[in-house]
Design a protein around this ligand. Structure first.
Ligand SMILES: *Cc1c(COP(=O)(O)O)cnc(C)c1O
Length: 402
């Protein structure tokens, strides 16, 4: 009889050992207070350039109050999935609010942006259909595409001519075609060619879908997103957005025609098989959409800060994208390093001197394109940005990156 202890998960231990030996193993950083421009992770005060809290909504006093009031009034949970008993009046109010904001017929809210994408793509398409997808689209789109069993055709990043070639290849196939792009790409901060892809969708009678997770609250009038930014109203059949980033809470949504939304309520699996948001989350999001209208100066400050920080990184000599990677056009500014282990080391050393900026490595970005991803918010002061820039320069020189 063998004396070796039973370990059917030994391959996981081996995989972790590989991560440790190539320098890409990480420990989670623990936030000790609230998500803010300056906050305490692992007991250390740091300037935070890592969150998606673009507009400071995650801790906005009015949103806190909205959440607390909803807890008092409705409790902490919805008690069921939406289709059984878990649709509260406040869920409906949020959906109506978003539909008006986006100027579409209807909206359905999911538990997360991930669930919105995965649940929508997988239910709208079937085995005989085709997905024409940008190579840098978000993982939730890719998972939704796989679940749909549709055939996935990937076009080179933002290469509309390549997307057209792929459409031509399948033009005479009976299946439906869906073109999909991120509005703002999460790892490079560049903007998807929504207008030109809409023209393709029209020409080839394809369904047009945009994932605006990083564009919601950031691009377009009052943060209405990339469709508004490109004046493509009425041309995007399926608009996905998130409530987890600029909106400050949690959730995702799909906007489109009344029939699209009705269909998703009958067929999207995260809607059918996963409990709806706590009422406090819905209340928070309702108040957040009011704030986008009431405090547009936050979005202006976000863009001012974006320009300031980007210029600072460039002036210091960092590769902020645009050389071997796409050029950022949003508050997401990557600092391209290349080597994974070096990137993780840079991130660790930045943390040690007081800057939180996450290293992003393979498989999240391609091999050889590892980077520090920075996201500035409307709430960072010029002093904080200057301090962060000084620290980037100091560590960059120490590590011979500059
Ligand atoms: C963050 C993100 C999502 C997922 O949104 P969550 O609400 O965090 O689940 C989807 N798509 C893109 C492009 C994202 O960046």
């Amino acid at each position: 009889m063998s004396t070796t202890p039973r370990n059917p998960l030994a391959h996981l231990t081996q995989e972790l050992a590989t991560l440790r030996s190539n320098g890409t193993y990480f420990e989670l950083r623990i936030l000790e207070d609230e998500q803010a421009a300056v906050c305490v992770y692992d007991g250390k005060r740091v300037i935070n350039l890592a969150s998606n809290n673009y507009l400071g909504f995650a801790n906005h006093p009015k949103l806190r109050e909205a959440a607390i009031a909803a807890v008092r009034k409705y409790g902490v949970g919805s008690g069921a999935v939406r289709t059984i008993a878990g649709t509260m009046r406040i869920h409906m109010e949020l959906e109506e609010k978003i539909a008006r904001f986006k100027d579409v017929e209807a909206c359905v809210v999911f538990q997360s942006g991930f669930a919105a994408n995965a649940g929508t793509v997988s239910s709208v398409l079937g085995r005989e259909d085709f997905i024409i997808s940008d190579e840098l689209n978000h993982a939730s789109i890719i998972d939704g595409a796989r679940l749909s069993r549709a055939k996935i055709k990937v076009f080179r990043h933002k290469d509309v001519a390549h997307a057209e070639e792929l459409l031509q290849e399948v033009q005479n196939e009976p299946g439906r075609k869906l073109i999909i792009t991120d509005g703002v790409f999460s790892m490079d901060g560049d903007i998807g060619p929504v207008d030109r892809l809409c023209a393709l969708a029209e020409k080839y009678e394809a369904i047009m879908m945009v994932d605006d997770a990083h564009a919601s609250g950031v691009l377009g009038r009052n943060g209405r997103g990339s469709v508004d930014h490109f004046h493509c109203h009425g041309k995007v059949d399926i608009q996905v957005g998130t409530l987890s980033k600029a909106i400050g809470a949690l959730g995702g949504y799909v906007c489109g025609s009344r029939d699209l939304i009705d269909y998703l309520r009958h067929r999207a699996r995260p809607f059918l098989f996963s409990t709806s948001h706590p009422p406090s989350v819905a209340a928070t999001c309702i108040a957040a959409f009011d704030l986008l209208e009431q405090e547009p100066e936050r979005i202006e400050r976000l863009w001012d800060n974006t320009r300031y920080l980007k210029k600072g990184f460039e002036a210091a000599g960092f590769d902020v994208g645009g050389r071997t990677t796409p050029a950022s056009e949003s508050p997401i500014t990557p600092i391209i390093i290349g080597d994974s282990a070096k990137t993780m080391e840079f991130s660790r050393r930045l943390f040690d001197v007081g800057v939180m900026a996450t290293g992003i490595v393979f498989p999240t970005v391609p091999e050889g394109k590892a980077r520090i991803r920075t996201i500035v918010t409307s709430e960072h002061t010029q002093g904080q940005m200057d301090e962060a820039l000084d620290k980037f320069v100091r560590v960059g020189k120490e590590m011979s990156i500059l």
